[in-house]
Ligand binder design. Structure first.
Ligand code: FE2
Length: 309
């Protein structure tokens, strides 16, 4: 499959209540690598196997949550073309200057009908994964610090108007639907899982009355054993766990959900499958949503359905 257009999740900027405590958490417990700080007080991290300068950025604020999610597109020409497609579709965009986010080029920012700030960018400095491009090893020393996920994989966002959100992602940005949850009327989509790649999801949305809410940012682990080891590290550090370890029916992901010290949920997961753009979307019905959420236990976890930041 030729990868063009929107490539992948590039970064998330997350609000935390206490910057120092959060730096310790993301660096020492999560095992992310700090790559910079800027004059706006933001701290930049990347996962060990990511090549780009940063994928997870935190800033101190009175309320937890997500400031914006950014996706990397193929190149600057693609950025311009998607910007004009968005405008033609009726989505108002604005450009943020290169360097506003460290080591990152111009970003095209817009507000989704769900109330989330979303952006596209084409340029971010590649800092590598700590291994040479010629004759690299399978992992580097940074892969053994804390939970040490491979990459920032996807986000699940809660907000209103997901039918309109879906149209923007599918009709304008070139994503395809991988899975969905439908309401009791057997028609209305209340949850959508979208891919712009070969991944089971690059972003997902659940219908929710409050706009702009974060359900979780997800970090990819190399194996189920690494997910379990991540759970050990969470317990050793008294991290508050929401669900897991378990497997979703939806996406088949094997997962643990937990909260950072500010109450932002995160996921460490592995697995899933590899859909192509001609894939036929899978549907989950509300009467079986317990299995979609937690396949072994078939349980609707109240906290998972209601707590967002
Ligand atoms: Fe997830």
């Amino acid at each position: 499959m030729a990868m063009t257009g929107v490539l992948r999740p590039g970064h998330a900027q997350i609000r935390v209540l206490n910057l120092e405590e959060s730096i310790k958490f993301y660096r020492d417990v999560m095992g992310l690598i700090e790559t910079g700080r800027d004059d706006q007080g933001r701290v930049y991290f990347k996962c060990w196997d990511e090549q780009d300068h940063s994928s997870y950025i935190i800033r101190e604020a009175p309320q937890a949550g997500v400031d914006f999610i950014g996706f990397r597109v193929l190149d600057e020409a693609t950025l311009e073309s998607l910007e004009s497609d968005l405008n033609a579709y009726g989505v108002e965009t604005r450009r943020l200057p290169a360097g506003d986010l460290l080591e990152t080029g111009e970003r095209v920012r817009f507000t989704l009908p769900s109330g989330h700030e979303f952006e596209l960018f084409a340029t971010k400095t590649k800092v590598g994964n700590g291994m040479p491009l010629t004759n690299p090893g399978p992992w580097c020393a940074d892969a053994e610090k804390g939970i040490s996920p491979i990459r920032f994989d996807h986000a699940l966002l809660y907000g209103p108007n997901i039918a309109d959100v879906k149209k923007i992602f599918v009709d304008v940005l070139g994503f395809f639907m991988v899975e969905r949850v439908i309401a009791e009327d057997n028609t209305t989509e209340v949850g959508i899982w979208l891919s712009c790649s070969h991944k089971v999801h690059d972003i997902a949305f659940v219908e929710h009355p409050e706009p702009g809410k974060l359900h979780h940012c997800s970090f990819l682990m190399e194996s189920w054993e690494r997910v379990l080891r991540g759970g050990d590290i969470m317990s050793m550090n008294k991290v508050e766990v929401d669900i897991g370890p378990t497997r979703h029916g939806i996406t088949r992901g094997c997962t643990i959900y937990a909260w950072d010290p500010s109450g932002n949920r995160f996921e460490t997961f592995m697995g899933g499958y590899h859909p192509y753009p001609d894939y036929e979307c899978l549907t989950w019905t509300m009467d079986n949503f317990g299995q979609g959420l937690d396949y072994p236990q078939r349980k609707l976890h109240e906290s998972f359905l209601t707590i967002v930041s």
